[in-house]
Design a protein around this ligand. Structure first.
Ligand SMILES: Nc1ncnc2c1ncn2[C@@H]1O[C@H](COP(=O)(O)OP(=O)(O)O)[C@@H](O)[C@H]1O
Ligand SMILES: [Mg+2]
Length: 356
């Protein structure tokens, strides 16, 4: 895949706090109008990267460029970027209209234009009828919409969102996600979004950057990162994957759970040395496998009911496995904790990551 040419670029960005290196050389290139998400576990460097983009912090080395221009040391308030935080940062005693108008007033926008832009933006986030309501009289979801309106009304050159739905309950989060996506489509602005919630990133982003320990481990469209994780870390972090470690010996994959024939894949996929088989939780199956399918025995340890499907948590030779079944199918099997089950998969549903 070719990387879209850079509207915003980070080149070799490193950050140290005293002796501690927190970012180890971040390279990012984001196209104008793109919606990108930085995802990764807590402490992986997402917020630090975002602060360097906004100008609230400076890198120890490396550069930040906007349309090719070096902005590494341009102060935050001169970048023309907008920030949406998890904790809103609204003026609680001002009304909705004044909160949204604030950035335009600072810029000395003429009264008529200001009224028009604020009103249009309030309509876009479905808050026009609340214009004269004070912020501290609004629900969390409404406050978040005001915060988004306030950020976008200045037509920023870049919109940065740090865990924007983190303070909302699950149902509201989904509504807010579809609204963010819609605003992005309508306004054509460039969005850089940070989250530890992978399903949010997969739902919103044109491209995701998976961060681990101050590095970008993989980037690409959500579907490609999801379906073809490039490293064991990404396979573990993104999606609902089973990871089985082993070594390729001759034509076989030798693991603590058993030895599985790799057939033609050793040559075709260039498998060698120590590898991890990655199998999605909806690709593991139960029961009698067809001829030629890898199989093993595992003990059922727990069940988790997720509405239309049930997740089975199993254990085999020190390896945790998880398997998603449709609720009816799971019910028919009358699962019993502690019982052993035959688990199998189709050879083509295993994706191998090898170290060398
Ligand atoms: N001002 C600071 N001083 C020292 N260490 C910091 C500072 N800010 C962040 N860190 C450390 O940098 C690492 C990355 O933090 P952060 O960027 O906030 O991660 P994330 O947003 O992915 O959770 C963490 O180990 C954190 O403790
Ligand atoms: Mg953070």
């Amino acid at each position: 895949m070719t990387t879209p040419s850079g509207y915003l670029e980070l080149a070799g960005v490193e950050k140290r706090f005293g002796e501690t290196a927190v970012l180890h050389g971040i390279d990012l290139s984001i196209a104008e109008g793109e919606f990108v998400s930085l995802i990764g576990p807590s402490g992986s460097g997402k917020t630090t990267t975002l602060r360097i983009i906004t100008g609230t912090d400076e890198p120890t080395s490396g550069a930040v460029r906007l349309r090719g221009e070096d902005i590494t040391f341009v102060p935050a308030h001169k970048r023309g970027f907008a920030m949406v935080f998890q904790h809103f940062a609204l003026f609680p005693h001002k009304n909705v209209y004044d909160n949204v108008a604030y950035g335009l007033q600072l810029r000395g926008t003429a009264k008529r234009e200001l009224t028009e832009r604020v009103t249009t933006m309030l309509e876009r986030v479905h808050m026009r009828e609340y214009a004269s309501r004070r912020v501290n009289e609004l629900s969390g979801g409404q406050r978040q919409r005001v915060a988004i309106a306030r950020a976008l009304v200045i037509e920023p050159r870049l919109v940065l969102l740090d865990e924007p739905t983190g303070a909302l309950d699950a149902k509201l989060r989904l509504r807010m996600q579809s609204q963010l996506k819609e605003l992005h489509r309508e306004l054509g602005l460039t969005f850089v979004h940070v989250t530890h919630n992978q399903s949010e990133a997969l739902a919103l982003a044109d491209r995701v950057f998976v961060m681990n320990d101050g590095r970008v481990e993989q980037s690409g469209p959500p579907a490609s990162v999801f379906n073809a994780p490039a490293t064991r870390f990404v396979a573990d972090f993104v999606g609902r994957n089973n990871l089985i470690d082993g070594t390729v010996e001759g034509g076989d994959f030798v693991t603590a759970l058993g030895t599985f024939a790799l057939n033609g894949r050793v040559a075709r996929d260039g498998l060698r040395g120590s590898c991890t088989a990655v199998i999605r939780s909806d690709s593991l199956r139960l029961g009698e496998p067809p001829e030629g399918c890898p199989r093993l025995e595992a003990e059922l340890q727990a069940l988790e009911y997720g509405g239309s499907f049930v997740t089975w948590f199993l254990h085999a030779a020190g390896t945790a496995l998880q398997l998603d079944l449709r609720a009816e199918e799971s019910g028919e099997l009358e699962p019993a904790i502690g019982r052993r089950y035959r688990v199998w998969w189709k050879p083509e549903d295993a994706h191998y990551l090898c170290n060398d």
